[in-house]
Ligand binder design. Structure first.
Ligand SMILES: Cc1cc2nc3c(=O)[nH]c(=O)nc-3n(C[C@H](O)[C@H](O)[C@H](O)COP(=O)(O)OP(=O)(O)OC[C@H]3O[C@@H](n4cnc5c(N)ncnc54)[C@H](O)[C@@H]3O)c2cc1C
Length: 337
């Protein structure tokens, strides 16, 4: 019989690695099994840690969990030695309908007691002189953070290894507990997840600032352009430009239409992107769930789920790792799994 400490985590994205790191630090004997898909959400993501600008009526549980996780982020990042960008988000609008979406968000945030300040056209340009001429109004959300998701994954792998986590491509161990943290693919790993988790495709681009081009914005910029959402997340050498969102199963192609929409809308918001080099086009899968909230619970004795993080898996990594650890500790103390 497996000892009450052997934990296999299936999935080496941000959720699996964070849970594995927390569990190993607490004395569990952890193996991460990962098949290294280039379409994992954690690898392709934009890196926004942004519960406030992601907020929307009906998703109150996600907002509360996101705010809880955002508070954990500075300590989480410091332990990993990963820098965070503290500059915040500007949410901007182009046409009247886009401005209406911002008004709705603003009213909702006020109702929920969250901080977001309306900014005028002139104030927007003082904050970000590179904004396009048709950007008309905005919202400043100073509390949002962002992180380089690939640097984060590297740091998590290092932290796991330093705490004795083993890595494998296939599970060969008889573990006490298996944690299913395989993102969108989790649906194929347990019958209870089959009709709960679904892949939500996202296309996303990485742009490199070329010599002579306007440097990237300081803030994360999120916009609605003729109804389509687009965001620009600054990086040291350029920016991440995302992202499309639609349901197409596990189709991993980057479509011409997806790239066209992203580039066209980004150019309205930040015209200098036309001068940048198109360094990477990628498609990845979010793990959608019926209520947009993650599934972090026992599926049966010995099988724990940590999946369904949809658009917020990076943001929710610390709070998820903490919840998984709490469940593992309870099981260890109660003598069950
Ligand atoms: C375009 C895009 C942009 C995004 N931007 C943001 C953002 O800015 N902020 C944010 O918070 N979130 C963002 N997200 C969402 C976020 O990326 C996900 O919620 C998060 O990555 C989920 O992490 P995960 O570890 O659960 O899954 P994943 O990162 O998908 O990792 C799952 C891992 O499991 C592995 N795997 C799958 N099946 C098996 C198997 N049978 N055996 C072994 N291994 C397996 C895969 O290879 C993969 O490595 C974005 C997502 C996309 C697609």
């Amino acid at each position: 019989m497996a000892s009450a400490s052997g934990v296999t985590v299936v999935g080496g994205g941000v959720i699996g690695l964070s849970a594995a790191w927390f569990a190993a630090r607490d004395g569990f004997d952890v193996t991460v099994v990962d098949r290294a898909s280039p379409h994992g959400g954690s690898w392709v993501a934009g890196g926004m840690l942004a519960p406030i600008t992601e907020a929307w009526p009906g998703d109150e549980d996600v907002l509360a969990l996101g705010v809880e996780s955002l508070e954990l982020w500075p300590g989480f990042a410091a332990s990993l030695g990963v820098p965070l960008s503290p500059v915040g988000t500007l949410a901007v609008a182009v046409d009247t309908a886009d401005a209406g979406v911002l008004d709705q968000l603003c009213a909702y945030l006020a109702k929920m007691g969250r901080k977001a300040d309306r900014v005028t056209r002139r104030e927007l340009r003082e904050l970000e002189p590179g904004l396009g001429p048709s950007v008309r109004s905005g919202l400043s959300v100073p509390g949002d953070l962002s992180v380089d998701n690939r640097a984060l994954l590297d740091a998590l792998r290092r932290a796991c290894a330093e705490n004795g986590v083993r890595f494998a491509e296939q599970s060969t161990v008889d573990s006490w507990v298996t944690v299913i943290a395989a993102g969108a693919w989790s649906r194929d790993l347990h019958p209870a997840l089959k009709d709960v988790i679904r892949p939500v495709k996202g296309e996303i681009l990485r742009l490199r600032a070329r010599p002579g081009a306007l440097p990237p914005p300081k803030h994360t910029i999120r916009a609605h352009v003729s109804g389509r959402p687009v965001y620009l997340v600054p990086r040291e050498d350029g920016l991440v430009l995302g992202a499309t969102q639609y349901e197409a199963g596990f189709d991993a192609d980057v479509t011409v239409g997806g790239v066209r929409d992203l580039v066209r809308d980004a150019e309205v918001v930040w015209p200098a992107v036309a001068e940048y080099a198109l360094a990477e086009c990628a498609a990845g899968f979010r793990a959608g769930s019926p209520d947009n909230a993650p599934v972090i619970r026992w599926l049966e004795p010995g099988v724990l789920a940590a999946t369904g993080h949809h658009r917020n898996g990076l943001l929710l990594a610390p709070v998820t790792a903490r919840r998984v650890l709490d469940l593992l500790r309870e099981a260890r103390e109660g003598g069950h799994g």
